[in-house]
Design a protein around this ligand. Structure first.
Ligand SMILES: C[S@@+](CC[C@H](N)C(=O)[O-])C[C@H]1O[C@@H](n2cnc3c(N)ncnc32)[C@H](O)[C@@H]1O
Length: 267
């Protein structure tokens, strides 16, 4: 019998190449489980911004749904392209980009005719000014070592006046253990510690990486890339949502924010 080594969770520095390699491997290995566990909540053609269940159909962070018709939209870290399918249903022309081949295979399994692109958000394979809108629901941004590079790439491929909306784990959550129960309500680490969270194998190679930025860091990142921040949405936990998703739960969601959504515009 082969014994599987449990990855070791540490806080240590990690660069862009190691982070990308770890993310691709982790999402390829875990896409099946992710889609099995969360597919029903995500819906095949729903646009959900995070575990709270805030739906783009109500939130209209990309603008009124009636205005999406005919717009070119890039979805970054699209997973199985659920959000892109919703965009297509509104008459938009979405392109769903993800680093993970296996996630995109789930997009093919679900179907629809959204174009899929396998690429790293740090180097977008599109010409300047190709899109009217860009969006990302927890895709790519939390996993990259240099988020400003992603922001700059997004700005480059957007047309003047374009909007970029992305959600990430609310930075406040980094101070708390990632547990859905009461143990997840006591501060256990410094909010100001930017050292990445890394799971590594026996050889010390990263197999999963998340990069922490404070709220102020995230604002500075979007501004450094040349965007104007027009809104910062912190969805409240709705009464209808009784499901736990990792460290997200009704208990914690009623007390502390879990998701931060940045609405940015380029001139
Ligand atoms: C938490 S999932 C979110 C997927 C989808 N947006 C959803 O809501 O289900 C994060 C996604 O980001 C992708 N990802 C991670 N790092 C990336 C990168 N550097 N470039 C592009 N995609 C990346 C992963 O492969 C994964 O599909």
């Amino acid at each position: 019998m082969i014994e599987e080594h449990e990855p070791e969770a540490v806080r240590r520095t990690t660069g862009g190449a190691e982070s990308s390699r770890a993310s691709r491997g982790w999402w390829d290995r875990n896409a099946d489980e992710y889609q099995t566990e969360h597919g029903a909540f995500l819906g095949d053609d729903r646009f959900v911004w995070g575990p709270e269940g805030l739906d783009e159909a109500e939130a209209a962070l990309l603008g009124p749904a009636s205005g999406l018709k005919g717009l070119d939209v890039l979805e970054i870290g699209a997973g199985a392209a659920q959000c892109s399918r919703w965009l297509a249903a509104q008459g938009a022309r979405p392109v769903a980009l993800d680093l993970s081949h296996r996630q995109l295979q789930h997009a093919l399994r679900i179907g629809g005719d959204v174009p899929l692109v396998e690429a790293d958000a740090c180097a977008l394979p599109f010409a300047d000014g190709s899109f009217d809108l860009a969006c990302s629901a927890y895709g790519a941004v939390p996993f990259v070592a240099d988020p400003v590079q992603v922001m700059r790439e997004v700005r480059r491929v957007l047309r003047p006046g374009g909007r970029w909306v992305f959600s990430v784990t609310h930075p406040l959550r980094w101070a708390f253990p990632d547990e859905p129960g009461p143990e997840g309500l006591s501060v256990a680490a410094s909010y100001f510690d930017r050292t990445p969270y890394v799971e590594q194998d026996e050889q010390g190679r990263a197999v999963y990486v998340e990069h922490h930025r404070t709220l102020g860091d995230r604002v500075r990142d979007v501004v450094a890339a040349g965007f104007r921040l027009t809104d910062l949405v912190e969805p409240e936990w709705p009464a209808w949502n009784q499901q736990e998703w990792g460290g997200w739960s009704p208990l914690r969601g009623n007390l502390i924010p879990g998701t931060a959504i940045f609405v940015c515009e380029r001139d």
